[in-house]
Ligand binder design. Sequence first.
Ligand code: NAP
Length: 263
Amino acid sequence: MFNSLQGRSVIVTGSGRGIGRGIARRFGAVGCRLLVVSRTRSEAERVAAEITAGGGTARAFAADVLRAADMAAMAQAAIEAYGGIDILCANAGIFPAAKLGSMTEADFDAVIGTNLKGTFLAVSACLPAMKSRKAGRIILTSSITGPVTGYPGWSHYGASKAGQLGFMRTAALELAPFNITVNSVLPGNIATEGLAGLGADYVRSMEASVPLGRLGSVTDIANAALFFATDEAAYITGQSLIIDGGQVLPESLAALDEMRSGS
Ligand code: NAP
């Protein structure tokens, strides 16, 4: 149905675990050549080994999205290994909770820095290679939190994730003349190591608020990211896709109850 992505060179930041790992494995399974990037080298190496064991092509690269020099080295590593960069999935992100009143300046800077500035630095590092070939796909991992919803404890996180969409829209305009598209996936609550870290109560309450009745899987998000990278999505840019099992649809708890009543 879709043209093959075989051989495409793909960088996925934050792919040592969680959603990024799912994205890297999904692209690896369709024959892309992966650079698996996270700060923890051993985790990136484990994911690269998983992809290689499945018959794919992958290398691990340890880098911090907060460091411009690391991002430049990351782009260079992909160019040296695979001859260029076709696709960047800017996925690395953190979500420590802190409510206003106790949130410190350092808390705010860490979240905005990793999630928003990290997106800018990863994208900027990959642009020269994409522009020189007049082709590229950039897929950001945003969230429903911020662009669509709010959640106590995550004002900094929501700002960073909404900020990614503001970044995306202007980047998509600036990069259109270079045939580079920029789109975003907006996950709802996805079963990852990071989400599990928020505790069993949080996970249970989230499961209860999803109309489709389950948390998302990393593959649910990876499939959407993969779509944005296909030739068939070539005319889509500056757009965001919510993948949340319908979580943002009910206008009230009563709407969810009514849905469950089945009548
Ligand atoms: P996760 O399980 O905690 O994984 C995060 C990944 O990002 C790890 O590989 C981590 O590795 C890497 N990372 C963190 N800071 C980094 C940095 N400064 N430089 C490079 N890599 C870094 O998180 P996740 O749940 O998969 O979340 C991934 C993305 O999805 C984030 O952008 C998050 O906001 C978004 N998201 C997640 C959910 C969800 O329900 N899970 C929902 C909406 C959006 P190291 O620590 O080793 O660097």
